[in-house]
Design a protein around this ligand. Structure first.
Ligand SMILES: Nc1nc2c(ncn2[C@@H]2O[C@H](COP(=O)(O)OP(=O)(O)O)[C@@H](O)[C@H]2O)c(=O)[nH]1
Ligand SMILES: [Mg+2]
Length: 468
């Protein structure tokens, strides 16, 4: 086992630095007696009932260290399911550390995630919910918060438990048919069992497919700006961030190394990357920058390929403009065009007046016109990105698998279940089908934590904050 569960543990739960308040958490069978021993109102604290707050002073022999409120929790009605005390003191890091040092004379410092680990071991939370605690703390945007909160409420755990129950029921029916095949039991309704297994299979498939997008919600979408030098990549980058982050100059080849920044687009976490312009060059530094750009484009979730009136014809001739689900082509600097001389001048005029955004007339690929000098083009580009990454709101409020570990477990379960279904259609022996169903259940049990290894728990809880 990774942590000793019988020790009493303590940790500062609030961030380091000066703040209005700071909170120290103590959990374990001796939590209340240890805090009482350094508290001015010893009896009041020792006799406090659960959820009672006791006002007093933390004292070191005769010296008063801080005036605090101690909130008492009695097991099992606490986060960890153990006796707990939360000491709220003044947010002075020095005072807070002195209180912690006093406590640590009688108990041990908590490891990262150890409070939540205890909650898991004491069945307050299952593993998927414990992971949601960490996701909720680290969620960067509103959409990621909703999804983590749903998981914490147990939505994912319930769905997985229901599927586990269905699969286990079916497995038992197959096993009974093997074990008592010589007895007068009613025959296994193979059609009905198969139908149920197919339903579970479809549910898992749906969870997996939605989950691939859900994972992006948790980890973010990477959007890479690319195109020839000087088309305005850094200008677009700065407009998105609403600050002059990247250097913009009229001179081609300004951006050599890439820059990346996080932003929230309609509640979705987006990592926007500004890259070196793509061109043939003899300059060593620029060459390396261009190589990096190519790697970034291939690993990004989306690319915004920019061109401008000067490079458009070359880009069209070279077939560099592609329009697929991963790429958005943009013609920047449309303010430089002489609209009256263009074939579909009316469309361009409508665009410039901010009423239209769409195709560049007569081009083979869909190219979005834009100018970093006008808000319309940038806003419309943002909408295009959002449209491609956004999930329907119903999907957000339902179950969304956002965690790589969970997705891998679901994928394994789908594989085992599809083997079971194949075995049924091949008229294979029931023992083979039962075996595949056991495998599927065991993969799914890893999500809720009914099946775990020390190594797996280590990996999960070590990424938590201290004090959580
Ligand atoms: N006319 C016009 N100039 C632009 C526009 N966007 C960027 N520029 C200018 O084009 C030049 C190159 O821009 P920059 O963002 O550094 O391009 P990058 O090399 O692709 O990063 C700068 O002088 C910008 O001010 C635009 O929409 N219209
Ligand atoms: Mg640049």
């Amino acid at each position: 086992m990774r942590f000793n569960l019988t020790d009493t543990i303590a940790a500062i739960a609030t961030p380091a630095g000066t703040s209005a308040l700071s909170i120290i958490r103590v959990s374990g069978s001796n939590a209340i007696s240890i805090v009482s021993s350094i508290f001015s109102e010893k009896d009041k604290l020792s006799n406090a009932s659960g959820y009672q707050a006791v006002h007093g002073y933390i004292v070191d022999s005769e010296d008063i260290i801080d005036e605090v409120m101690c909130l008492v929790y009695r097991n099992p009605q606490s986060y960890t399911s153990e006796d707990m005390v939360e000491i709220s003191g003044h947010g002075n890091p020095d005072l807070c550390n002195r209180i912690l040092q006093l406590l640590l004379k009688q108990c041990r410092m908590a490891e990262p995630g150890e409070f939540t680990f205890r909650a898991f071991m004491n069945h307050k939370l299952d593993l998927a919910q414990a992971e949601a605690v960490s996701d909720l703390i680290h969620a960067q945007t509103a959409k990621a918060e909703i999804s983590a909160l749903n998981q914490l409420k147990g939505n994912l755990s319930n769905e997985i438990s229901n599927i586990i129950k269905e699969l286990t029921d079916s497995r038992i029916q197959f096993e009974l048919s093997i074990d008592f095949s010589d007895q007068d039991l009613p025959e296994l309704g193979l059609d009905k069992v198969t139908e149920k297994l197919e339903q579970s299979y479809n549910k898992l498939k749906e969870l997996y497919q939605n989950g691939r997008q859900g994972k992006m919600l948790r980890d973010g979408f990477t959007v890479c700006l690319s195109g020839a030098p000087n088309v305005g990549k850094s200008s677009v980058f700065n407009k998105f961030l609403e600050q002059n982050r990247a250097i913009v100059t009229p001179e081609p080849g300004t951006t050599r190394d890439y820059l990346e920044e996080w932003l929230s687009l309609d509640g979705y976490p987006v990592k926007l990357i500004d890259t070196a312009g793509l061109r043939t060059t003899k300059n060593q530094v620029e060459k390396i920058g261009i190589e990096r750009t190519k790697e970034l484009i291939s690993s990004a979730d989306m690319t915004i390929y920019l061109t401008d009136p000067d490079t458009l014809n070359k880009d069209l001739a070279d077939n560099t403009l592609i329009y697929d689900s991963k790429t958005i082509c943009v013609l920047n600097k449309v303010d430089l065009l002489n609209f009256d001389s263009l074939p579909d001048s009316q469309i361009w005029k409508e665009y410039l007046s901010g009423t239209k955004f769409g195709f560049v007339p007569k081009s083979k690929v869909k190219i979005y016109p834009c100018s970093t000098y006008f808000a319309e083009g940038i806003n419309a580009l943002k909408e295009q990105i959002i449209a491609r990454i956004s999930l329907p709101d119903t999907q957000l409020s339902s179950i969304l698998v956002t965690n790589t570990r969970h997705l891998a477990a679901i994928e394994k379960a789908i594989e085992s279940l599809s083997k079971a279904l194949q075995a049924i259609s091949d008229f294979a022996g029931y023992e083979f089908i039962a075996f595949d169903l056991i495998e599927a259940v065991s993969s799914l049990s890893e999500i809720t934590g009914a099946v775990t290894t020390d190594d797996m728990l280590d990996r999960i809880f070590s990424s938590f904050c201290i004090g959580k």
